[in-house]
Design a protein around this ligand. Sequence first.
Ligand SMILES: Nc1ncnc2c1ncn2[C@@H]1O[C@H](COP(=O)(O)OP(=O)(O)OP(=O)(O)O)[C@@H](O)[C@H]1O
Length: 297
Amino acid sequence: MDAPPLATQGLTKIYGRRRTVHNVNLHVPQGALYALLGPNGAGKTTTLRCLLGLTRPTSGTCLVLGQDVRRPEARRQVAGMIDAPAFYPNLTPAENLRVVAELRGVPFRQALDTLGTVDLRGAAHRPARTFSLGMKQRLGIALALVGDPAILILDEPQNGLDPQGMLDMRTLLKDLQRRGHTVVVSSHLLGEVQQFADHVGIMRQSELVLQDTFQAFAGRAATHLELETPDGVTARQVLDRAGISAQVQGDRLLLPSTQDQAGVARLLLDAGLTWTRLAPSGTSLDRLYFDLTGDAA
Ligand SMILES: Nc1ncnc2c1ncn2[C@@H]1O[C@H](COP(=O)(O)OP(=O)(O)OP(=O)(O)O)[C@@H](O)[C@H]1O
């Protein structure tokens, strides 16, 4: 089996007498858009710093495509942005890219293409100090993309952004994934992460307390599968014939949460039915997150 793009084994970091990361076994699958969630101080940034090879673990290892991140060939596969984006504010994006391209031995033309990916081509020749926070974050990502690393690690890229900036960042993250990058993003905003991540790891007080696909995580919160369809009576008959008991609640049907969502969708489609909503619901995800972390989402 191929090694996953990113993994940690027993990752532990101790600063002085303070244990910041304890025995974390992260597993980030190929092509994932993985959110590392947790309240402030949970140990997310330290974990990401170790994954980027910026901080040496006290014990345990960080593996990039199966190799220790401290090996140069592993380091070349992973890039990112920790805390604030790092660039020369008095230089333009094009000038910043030239500096990074030279450092990484990448042709300048190729480096310049990253501005298209982050939608900053129109601002290529403006000093970066004049940028909004969202533009600065996107410039930071463009710089990380120089050399086309397989894996991107971004520490709270949505922090401090206004709603439009958040939306742009969400779109960019999905686009990076579509372009084939494996992306890891830390956040303390469950509501945001819910809108883009397909995998989730949750940290609390230095430990990884949950790691799963987002769908499975959401499934833990669900007590039932909720179906809204303009043709509830026929839908109920179709489900009944397939041995699925559905309760009627107002204009919705509630199915057991154990039902396979894709299977139910297939049944409805085969019967020529449409629906406006088919999704797990029940205990709120916020509640589940709070129970896991003690943090209000
Ligand atoms: N270089 C350091 N020296 C000493 N303590 C540190 C250092 N870096 C982090 N810590 C401590 O480790 C704990 C975890 O910090 P970390 O930044 O990894 O958490 P986080 O989950 O990213 O939180 P935040 O969202 O606030 O950045 C914090 O209490 C922090 O003060």
